[in-house]
Design a protein around this ligand. Structure first.
Ligand code: F6R
Length: 610
């Protein structure tokens, strides 16, 4: 949701800014721009509508833009259509101050009206422009002074990068509810929306917190709290390499990330399994708390919410405690019934999804204990949750999540097993067998990923459908939700997922001869019921692509037109395997349709607005 980057050093800034933006393009890609201070001509703005490539072409990879201090932005439009005028950076009327912004200034209309009444002219429809014009309004020769005044006036969420022509050796950065990382180089320093933009230049970073403002110069970075007192930031070393954020020979990040899943499962699960037990990193959750726990609530958005849907079946099965799953955007406004005996598990790859963050804060306000399952280290949700379990999936660049989904699922499963150890709800031998099966998952997944031709073939058969339904029961229903989302977000085919038994209560009216139904029937206890539902849609002329476990293919073959199988595993682990063909199906269908797989239209990763 908009990517920002800033550089102060001795080298030419624009190529470095463009390189950083390339790695942030997954956050938004409808326009991009740079503001670089040129000692001869002052602040110079270059912007282009469309993908970052347009900006790179315009500036010859940044080489035609002189200057060693600058900021850059790649946009996901919130206020105002993608256009030259609305793209960032925005420039103050005097041309002295430039700003890039990620987030939403909620009181921008009120500020805009005030500034207009003071004779200020606006040039865009964006909320961001009020920041730069207000900076100029307050500016009396010290940009840091003006920035503090602006921060006290604006409401909403923001990560800001500011450059002022009168103090051209520094950048000013500030954050509230939108991520911002400070990078420490040698003779240069950086700001960026996330570490992927910096990792090529430095692995030493600090994560800015809400209310902080940073002054970034060539020689150092000074951070202030909201009272303008200087503070010392803790520095962290990023423990992955630039190659993790590159395609490594694959055509798309999404495919690369699907292929990385076996390794991701190993990293997330193996260190947490010891001698037939789950050992989690130090948690503040006490055994007493877990024992008296009255309710678990899982809160998340999108695919992370789908992990929660699977998690409900897993946790209720293992713990016999009530588990609710809530969409974060609904949870916070629904007067949730939770208290100090509740555990709220928030799941987020980015750790910055605004709705999830707000839900976490609401849960804390209501006294619940909170636990984050998060991928991005140092992210807001990771920091604000009472406890955090990292998923260790490494950077996920494709907008459609794959490996992060798998890592969240396994971590949630391990958490469930950990709780059984405290509650005594699972005999030792059953737990040991479940953990043994978890350790077998990566090799089973590798086997599935070594042969993808059949799924590629099915995709070639079905890619021109305009509406596809996913049906399943129990865990298969939860998986259908993810399969359907994956397909629609990257292929633009209309798709819906239904609990198989529910279809006949209305939606079956949409099944006409030739409609493709992907029927999931991996969950053995309900296999026969799933078959009955397949027969129902077949009777209405549907074409059925069945997904089941090895050994069931001939039975499935009798009712479905085509069958995909997954290896057998513990019933609770089936989703970890069944997600793979669903991801591949979505991928190959989108490929056949010529879609922009890593950057689907209208979407952005890391949704930092409500
Ligand atoms: C879908 C997808 C999104 C995210 C959702 C939550 O492929 O990636 O639905 O799952 O935006 O994002 P996080 O997990 O970062 O909170």
């Amino acid at each position: 949701m908009c990517g920002i980057v800033g550089f102060v050093g001795a080298e030419q800034a624009a190529p470095i800014l463009l390189d950083g933006l390339t790695r942030l393009e997954y956050r938004g890609y409808d326009s991009a721009g740079l503001a670089v201070y040129d000692p001869e001509r002052g602040l110079q703005l270059t912007k282009a509508k469309g993908r970052l490539k347009a900006l790179a072409d315009l500036t010859n990879g940044g080489n035609s833009v002189p200057g060693t201090v600058g900021i850059g932005h790649t946009r996901w439009a919130t206020h105002g259509e993608p256009s030259y005028a609305n793209s960032h950076p925005h420039l103050s009327n005097s041309g002295r101050i430039a700003v890039v912004h990620n987030g939403i200034i909620e009181n921008y209309l009120e500020i805009k009206e005030y500034l207009i009444s003071q004779g200020v002219t606006f040039h865009s429809e964006t909320d961001t422009e009020v920041v730069v014009q207000l900076l100029e309004y307050y500016y009396k020769g010290d940009i840091v002074d003006a920035a503090f005044k602006v921060l006290h006036r604006i409401e909403g969420s923001y990560a800001l990068g500011i450059v002022c022509a009168d103090q051209p050796d520094q950048l000013v950065a500030a954050r509230k509810d939108s991520p911002l990382v400070l990078g420490y180089g040698e003779g240069c320093n950086f700001i960026a929306s996330d570490v992927t933009a910096l990792i090529k230049y430095t692995k030493t970073v600090s994560y800015m917190e809400d209310g902080e403002l940073a002054v970034v110069t060539r020689d150092g970075i000074q951070v202030y709290n909201n009272l303008r007192q200087p503070i010392e930031k803790e520095k962290s070393i990023v423990d992955w390499d630039i190659s993790d954020a590159e395609k490594g020979g694959y055509e798309h990040f999404m495919f690369k990330e699907i292929m990385e899943q076996p390794e991701v499962l190993r990293k997330a699960a193996f260190p947490r399994i010891k001698n037939g037990r789950v050992e989690l990193e130090a948690l503040s959750l006490t055994d007493d708390f877990i024992r008296q726990l009255s309710r678990i609530c899982i809160v998340a958005c999108g695919s992370s919410y789908h992990v929660g849907m699977v998690g409900k079946y897993i946790l209720e099965g293992l713990l016999r405690k009530p588990v609710d799953v809530a969409l974060a955007s609904e949870f916070r406004y629904a007067s949730p019934i939770i208290d100090e005996n509740s555990l709220v598990i928030v799941i987020s790859q980015s750790g910055e999804t605004l709705d999830t963050m707000a839900a976490l804060r609401e849960a804390k306000r209501l006294g619940a204990k909170t636990l984050g399952i998060v991928n991005v280290v140092g992210s807001t949700i990771a920091k604000e949750s009472d406890d955090v379990l990292y998923t260790w999936a490494g950077p996920e660049i494709a907008v459609a999540t794959t490996k992060a989904y798998s890592s969240q699922l396994i971590v949630l499963g391990l958490l469930g097993v950990y709780f059984t150890q405290v509650l005594g709800t699972m005999p030792d031998d059953e737990r040991e067998e479940l953990l043994r099966q978890i350790q077998l998952l990566p090799s089973k997944m590798e086997e599935m990923l070594s042969y993808t031709e059949d799924i590629q073939y099915f995709a070639s058969q079905f890619f021109n459908h305009e509406s596809i339904f996913f049906i399943g029961r129990n865990l298969d229903y939860a998986m259908g939700l993810e399969g359907s989302l994956k397909l629609k977000e990257i292929s633009y085919i209309h798709s819906e997922a239904y609990a198989a038994g529910e279809l006949k209560h209305g939606t079956i009216s949409l099944i006409v001869p030739g409609t493709l139904v992907v029927a999931l029937a991996t969950y053995d206890p309900l296999f026969d019921k799933a078959v009955s539902n397949i027969v129902e849609v077949k009777s209405r002329g549907a074409t059925v692509l069945g997904l089941t476990t090895e050994g069931r293919e001939s039975q499935m073959g009798k009712v479905a037109d085509a069958v995909i199988t997954i290896p057998e595993t513990h019933p609770l682990l089936l989703p970890s395997l069944s997600v793979v063909p669903l991801q591949l199906f979505a991928y190959y269908v989108a490929l056949q349709r010529g879609c922009d797989i890593d950057k689907p239209r209208n979407l952005a990763k890391s949704v930092t607005v409500e």
